[in-house]
Each structure stands twice: as structure tokens, then as C-alpha cells.
Design a protein around this ligand. Structure first.
Ligand SMILES: [Zn+2]
Ligand SMILES: [Zn+2]
Length: 343
């Protein structure tokens, strides 16, 4: 079968190779016939060979935003059966560490990921642990089911802490997950939503997703523009951009007692004025992944009840042999969600 792999420990280092299809699934695993797989920001970070991903194994089949059909199951598998339509949670928690035991398995100390530690979904077939498979109703399109993993981050971000219901919210960074968060926040009852980015195409999408104000960070002063839209400042500031200017501005504009939620992963150290947090009583929350599996329950509900329609966020559906083109377009910021069909 054809597979997109990271083969070299360097920038790019991707290769489209003919490899053996995985054999029968080992105990606790299911063999998945991949239907669609998304290109994620993490895949772009793997392409760019950022320091925090250099522990990954190579060669490895990339891809963790997967939907597909269970083709075979290994011994002891009872969570899914042959023929089930599944979406995939990308965190494989250990279930035994201090965080897992306390109900925080989304921040497990020993988390492994398909496409980083074990072969992922940029191939026609992949063997995955049953613990990360989520059975999806057949009436959900495969394209949408492949987007539950990133959409789960959006739902987690919107529902964490004091949530968004009735709140004035800034969503900084309008990549696919930022846009999904605008949709989730709208569906969950946010009051006014302000979106920021420097990509005009993405800001246009933000408006379609339900943002009331769209601020181009390259035009005017960010703090002034946010306070122009929300004179009292936002109650909640969600940062997906990981940009120093955005996170620093958050400390200045969030209303007293409000929340900053950090979701985008900064590449390095950012200087912050903690005095601003302290004297204004702000809560700063770091977010990673999805709550297992509470977020999945809520995300599924929003999609199934048509409170959120993820379809407009799919900008490309490409065959696997054009995956490299998809990476190039995504790296250039000319895409929303890129899905690959490995069939
Ligand atoms: Zn992802
Ligand atoms: Zn653990």
C-alpha cells in the first residue's frame, strides 16, 4: 500500500512509499481501513521538524485525524467490532500514571500518538489500539468523522473553565481549530465573538463561522482594536495563535476576573507580565487535547444535532499521492482543513 511517512530526522523528510499493509491486529488493536485523514498543524510541525517533536520515531506513517471502518480486531477487543465506522482519538494514554489515575488522561505523562509513536493514517490501512477508537453513527459523513479530533480541541477550549455561554470572547488565530472554536462558541451561546488573524482568507471564514468582529493583527494596534470591539474587554480570551503579541495582549485586555485559555503551542519562551494577571484576578488555563471522553460526547452532540456544520471548513480533499501538494498549500496558509483519501 502507498503510505506517507516521515523518514528523515530533518525539515521535510517526508516520503511517499510503497510499504507492506499492516498484518492482523495484535491483541487490543483493530485494523482500520482508512476513509479520510486530515493534515493537522502537528503534521506541519513534524514537517518543519520543530524541537518538541524530535523525540518521534522514524520511519513512521504520519496522520492522526482519522476516520475509517474496522476491518479486523485482535484478541480481547470488545469496544469495537468488524464493520464499525470509527473516528480516532489521537492520545493513547497509559491509564496508570498519576494524571491518568486522577482523571486527567488527556495530559498523561506517557501519552503516545498515532503518526508520532506508532504508524498513523496516511495509508489505506492502519492498526490502532481499541482504546482510542470512537464509534460514529453511519449517517455522519466520513469527511466530518475525520475532523472530530481537531473539533474536540475546539469544544474542549470552548467548554473549559467558565465556558463561553453569555461571554464576550476573543478567539486569536483562525486556523481550522480556531474557526471550529468560533462555531462551537456560537453554538454554545457565546455573546460577542471577536476573531483575530493576519490571513485575510481565514478572517473571511471567521465571519462566516459566526465571529461578530474580525481583526487583522497587521492593521492597527491589536489592543486598541479589541477594546474598540469590546470596550470592557473580553471575559474570555482563547489563544490559538501562539504568537507572543497575542498572548501578551490578552493579559492587558481581558476583563478583571476573566480567563485566558492557551491552546496554541509557542515555539519558544514568551515574556509575560504576571503582575497584570495577579492584580486583575485573571485565570490562565493551559489546554491540551480533549477530555477523554467527555469532550467526544459533547462534540458528537453538536454535530449530530446540526448545531455545528464542519463541512465548510474542508478546503481540499486530495488523493494520497497528492499529499505533498496538500502539505505545501497548508504550510503556505492557503487552506482550511485538508483531507486526504488514501484509497
Ligand atoms: Zn490533529
Ligand atoms: Zn498516563
Amino acid at each position: 500500500m502507498l503510505a506517507l511517512r516521515k523518514v528523515e530526522r530533518a525539515v521535510d523528510g517526508l516520503s511517499l512509499d510503497e510499504i507492506e499493509s499492516p498484518g492482523p491486529p495484535p491483541p487490543g488493536y483493530a485494523k482500520i481501513k482508512v476513509n479520510k485523514v486530515g493534515i493537522c498543524g502537528t503534521d506541519l510541525a513534524i514537517f518543519n521538524w520543530v524541537p518538541f517533536l524530535r523525540h518521534m520515531k522514524v520511519p513512521i506513517v504520519l496522520g492522526h485525524e482519522i476516520s475509517g471502518i474496522v476491518e479486523a480486531v485482535g484478541d480481547g477487543v470488545d469496544r469495537v467490532k468488524v464493520g464499525d465506522f470509527v473516528s480516532v482519538e489521537s492520545h493513547i494514554p497509559c491509564g496508570r500514571c498519576y494524571n491518568c489515575l486522577r482523571g486527567f488522561s488527556h495530559v498523561c505523562e506517557n501519552t503516545r500518538y498515532p503518526g508520532i509513536h506508532i504508524d498513523g493514517g496516511f495509508a489505506a490501512y492502519t492498526n490502532l489500539p481499541e482504546q482510542i477508537l470512537w464509534v460514529v453513527d453511519r449517517d455522519v459523513p466520513a469527511d466530518i468523522a475525520a475532523m472530530f479530533e481537531p473539533f474536540g480541541i475546539a469544544v474542549h477550549a470552548a467548554m473549559d473553565g467558565i465556558g463561553v455561554a453569555g461571554m464576550n470572547v476573543v478567539i486569536a488565530g483562525c486556523g481550522p481549530i480556531g474557526l471550529m472554536t468560533i462555531m462551537a462558541a456560537r453554538a454554545l451561546g457565546a455573546n460577542t465573538i471577536v476573531a483575530t488573524d493576519r490571513n485575510t482568507m481565514r478572517l473571511g471564514e471567521a465571519a462566516k463561522c459566526g465571529a461578530n468582529f474580525c481583526i487583522n493583527v497587521d492593521v492597527g494596534d491589536l489592543k486598541t482594536e479589541i477594546l474598540h470591539a469590546l470596550p470592557n474587554g473580553p471575559d474570555v480570551f482563547l489563544d490559538f495563535s501562539a504568537a507572543a503579541e497575542s498572548i501578551q495582549t490578552a493579559s492587558d485586555v481581558v476583563a478583571g476576573g476573566g480567563e485566558i485559555r492557551l491552546i496554541g503551542s509557542p515555539a519558544g519562551t514568551i515574556e509575560l507580565n504576571i503582575e497584570r494577571w495577579l492584580h486583575r484576578g485573571l485565570t490562565v488555563r493551559g489546554l491540551h487535547g480533549r477530555r477523554l471522553f467527555a469532550t467526544w460526547v459533547h462534540a458528537m452532540r453538536l454535530v449530530k444535532d446540526r448545531r455545528v456544520d464542519l463541512k465548510p471548513l474542508i478546503s481540499h480533499v486530495l488523493p494520497l499521492k497528492e499529499a505533498r501538494y496538500g502539505f505545501g498549500e497548508a504550510l503556505a496558509g492557503r487552506t482550511l482543513k485538508v483531507l486526504i483519501d488514501p484509497a
